[in-house]
Ligand binder design. Structure first.
Ligand SMILES: Nc1ncnc2c1ncn2[C@@H]1O[C@H](COP(=O)(O)OP(=O)(O)O)[C@@H](O)[C@H]1O
Ligand SMILES: [Mg+2]
Length: 234
């Protein structure tokens, strides 16, 4: 599969108007190569979630440019007509809270998007099981979300984000509810995904356990990004 890669240049996002205006992103520049996992670190309110939402086409930036692969998706305005298709086919989201569908079992929570995208049910479910196994939660494949612990639910949510093999994964504090061993397990899976499928992955985190695993880190402070070399191997 051809990797996409992410390029962001001069991105700005302003919320509100007049007295209530918040310049959440002032100048964000960032590159993530296909197959790369980068960390995005910054204090609360520095614009991390805003950046992921802009890139995931959940909110509209105020100005700047965003490119996925060789396609410009935003250049002082959206450049592609179907943002729903962009979100569905090209972006995998992992949030701090799992947001599982309560009336579907664990396997179908993971298999749902691929099935909706036209994959045969048995293929989608088989792949879902493999992902659940890889995330160490395969033994819960037939459970309902309400029967799982918080950490198990989060691992199911991660499997769901990986299920469509999106070229871009955006993870907002994905390991916050996990213990040390499982947090590192999640990072290992994300790195494997990145390598195997040429996925470009951005991980927003405060998690001291996983920060040393990134080869490259972007700091964000007051809406501006600064690139740093990380401690990760390679
Ligand atoms: N919908 C919104 N309306 C107005 N201001 C917002 C909105 N969302 C976030 N902000 C503000 O934008 C800034 C960045 O927020 P956010 O991206 O959530 O930061 P982080 O994820 O780094 O904690 C903060 O000052 C926050 O209060
Ligand atoms: Mg946030």
């Amino acid at each position: 599969m051809e990797g996409f890669g992410i390029h962001i240049a001069g991105l700005r996002k302003r919320y509100g108007e007049g007295e209530a205006v918040v310049n959440a992103l002032k100048d964000v520049t960032m590159t993530v190569a296909p197959g790369e996992v980068v960390g995005l670190i910054g204090p609360s309110g520095s614009g991390k979630s805003t950046l992921l939402k802009c890139l995931g086409a959940v909110i509209e930036p105020t100005a700047g440019r965003m490119t996925l692969g060789d396609e410009v998706i935003f250049d002082d305005g959206w450049k592609i007509p179907d943002l729903r298709a962009l979100r569905r086919d090209r972006i995998g989201f992992i949030f701090q809270a799992p947001y599982l569908i309560p009336f579907l079992d664990v396997t179908d929570n993971v298999a749902l998007l691929p099935m909706l995208a036209g994959q045969p049910n048995d293929v989608a479910r088989r792949r879902a099981r493999a992902l659940l196994d890889a995330l160490d939660v395969g033994h819960r494949a037939k459970a309902q979300p309400s029967q799982l612990s918080g950490g198990e639910q989060q691992r199911v949510a991660i499997a769901r984000a990986l299920a469509n093999q999106p070229p871009v994964i955006l993870a907002d504090e994905p390991t916050a509810p996990l213990d040390s061993e499982r947090a590192l397990g999640v990072v290992r899976i994300l790195n494997e995904m990145a390598g195997q499928f040429r996925t470009a992955i951005i991980v927003v985190t405060h998690d001291e356990k996983i920060i040393p695993t990134f080869k490259r880190i972007y700091q964000i402070r007051d809406g501006k990004t600064f690139e740093e070399k990380g401690q990760g191997a390679g």
